[in-house]
Design a protein around this ligand. Structure first.
Ligand SMILES: *Cc1c(COP(=O)(O)O)cnc(C)c1O
Length: 504
């Protein structure tokens, strides 16, 4: 293999960093035949022909297309790309419902400890006592946080937790010889809820939201009968409000033999204040990547542990890490387990970060997380109310949904235009057009990690954007101007999906 560290002609390797909106070439575009990112010294050991190592009928006939770049160009390429990213470490990321809070580095350090990282998941229990203790302790901590009887750590994320919960519901009813077909879901629910219901083999019955922004209790009661397997409630709901009639709903659903599912993706709003187990819920998932600490988004790993009340413990996925009578740790499979939801222990490194976060905060600290997240959202709700009124103007929880409907009417600028203009102001966009029931929705989730100064800066940016929409009508439709990528054609991206690069 020839090695070259010189700039061969024809390569697009840029000597100066690419800034602004100039496109970063792909590695294939930077590729120069014969160039390589490594160099092997000569050893005197004779080369063995490939045919001597691998039967010739198993050898490829064509060369594999691999980009040929030097280490220097490779590093420069990824470093340039990294400078074009926006992240929680770089700035304010108020993407509602996603809880993009700053994640303390301490949690990463714990997850990087050699005693955790270097253990293969197939290591026998006798040699992985530390890991098993960590998992059992995390299950116990999550029981305490949620007020539930037991937890499975297997589900890979929130949506996987929902599916697990629905399979548990199904197993529970089936064990009673009870075939139920319907699950009630409020119309404000996260899109994963109805998708999970369908995957779980059930049908969705949609419950409307009333004028207060809460679940319409009368509609719940009218929809209940012996065909209802359960209800999925999100609390705080997706307009950021605390569901006030949970006790009444719980009693009515239990009355017809249904179960209550709690979508606890955004548990950071209630940590240390109230517990779903105490409200009468039977099953819940929590997104530990949102609630506690894990950098997520962009397809990064999450974990969606599912907690259950006593009557569902025997159906949990197994094998479960367990504390044995002699104080050591091992595994146990629940009697009527629904089986595995994930290989090994789930996304274990995310779980290690979760326990680190819980331990370093303690009970008082977790309560402070919730109090500050709620305080920040309410401060922002009041601060921007003049131009961006809350969709439901009452005390909110960890996030606030405002409507840009009036701005659109007056200036033509849409929620999407405002979100794009915010990118230019150095902020990540809020969630837009969700929940679907709010006209021109902008959903801000400040999280507890942002300072008063940051929130004030966001409010001032939002004011500047309205002023521009008024003084230069139509101008926001052109935003953003200065980001590496401007507006993408979302319809074309969805209709003509080309996820590969043709290297030939
Ligand atoms: C994020 C979220 C989910 C889905 O969680 P994933 O980890 O993305 O699968 C479900 N429900 C609500 C309310 C959420 O905010």
């Amino acid at each position: 293999m020839s090695t070259s560290f010189t700039q061969a002609p024809g390569g697009k390797a840029a000597s100066a960093p690419l800034m602004g909106s100039e496109a970063e070439p792909t590695l294939f575009e930077l590729s120069v035949p014969g160039r390589s990112a490594y160099q092997l010294r000569t050893t005197g050991v004779p080369e063995i022909a490939l045919e001597q190592l691998i039967p010739s009928e198993l050898l490829r006939e064509e060369e594999v297309a691999i980009a040929e770049v030097s280490e220097r160009d490779l590093v420069a390429h990824f470093t340039r790309l990294s400078h074009r990213q926006f992240s929680v470490d770089l700035g304010f990321y108020p993407l509602g419902s996603c809880t993009m809070k700053y994640n303390p580095k301490f949690c990463d350090e714990v997850a990087n400890m050699p005693g955790l990282v270097d253990v293969h998941p197939a290591t026998p229990a006798s040699l992985s006592q530390g890991w098993l203790e960590l998992l059992v302790e995390l299950e116990e901590s999550l029981c305490e946080v949620t007020g539930m009887a037991a937890v499975t750590l297997q589900p890979a994320a929130g949506a996987a937790g929902e599916l697990t919960g629905l399979l548990l519901m199904s197993a529970y009813h089936r064990a009673r010889g009870d075939r139920r077909r319907r699950i009630l879901i409020p119309d404000s629910a996260h899109g994963t809820n109805p998708a999970s219901v369908t995957l779980g083999g059930y049908e969705v019955t949609t419950i409307p939201t009333d004028e207060r922004g809460l679940v319409d209790v009368a509609a719940v009661k009218a929809a209940l009968d012996s065909d209802v397997a359960g209800i999925m409630l999100t609390n705080p709901n997706t307009v950021g409000l605390f569901e006030e009639e949970i006790a009444e709903i719980a009693a009515a659903v239990h009355e017809v033999g249904g179960l209550l599912y709690y979508d606890g993706a955004n548990l950071n709003a209630i940590l240390g204040v109230v517990r779903p187990g105490d409200m009468g819920f039977d099953i819940m998932h929590m997104n530990v990547h949102k609630t506690f600490a894990t950098p997520h988004g962009g397809g990064g790993p999450g974990a969606g542990p599912v907690a259950v009340s006593q009557r569902l413990v025997e159906y949990l996925p197994g094998p479960r890490p367990t504390r044995l009578a002699d104080g050591k740790y091992g595994y146990a499979v629940p009697e009527h387990s629904i089986g595995r939801m994930h290989s090994w222990h789930g996304n274990a490194m995310v779980l290690a970060r979760t326990l680190a976060y819980i331990k370093v905060h303690g009970g008082d600290g977790l309560r402070l997380v919730a109090e500050r997240a709620v305080l920040n959202a309410n401060w922002l709700r009041k601060r921007i109310a003049e131009h961006y009124p809350a969709a439901y103007d009452r005390v909110c929880m960890h996030e606030v949904v405002v409507s840009a409907g009036a701005i659109k009417k007056a200036t033509g600028a849409k929620a999407l235009d405002i979100a794009k203009a915010l990118l230019e102001e150095g902020f990540h966009a809020p969630t837009v057009y969700f929940p679907l029931i709010v006209d021109e929705a902008l959903m801000f989730e400040p999280t507890e990690t942002e300072s008063l100064q940051t929130l004030e800066a966001l409010a001032q940016s939002l004011e500047r954007i309205v002023a521009k929409a008024v003084s230069e009508p139509g101008s926001l439709a052109e935003a953003p101007q200065s980001t590496p990528v401007r507006r993408v054609d979302e319809a074309r991206a969805a209709r003509q999906l080309i996820p590969t690069f043709d290297a030939r």
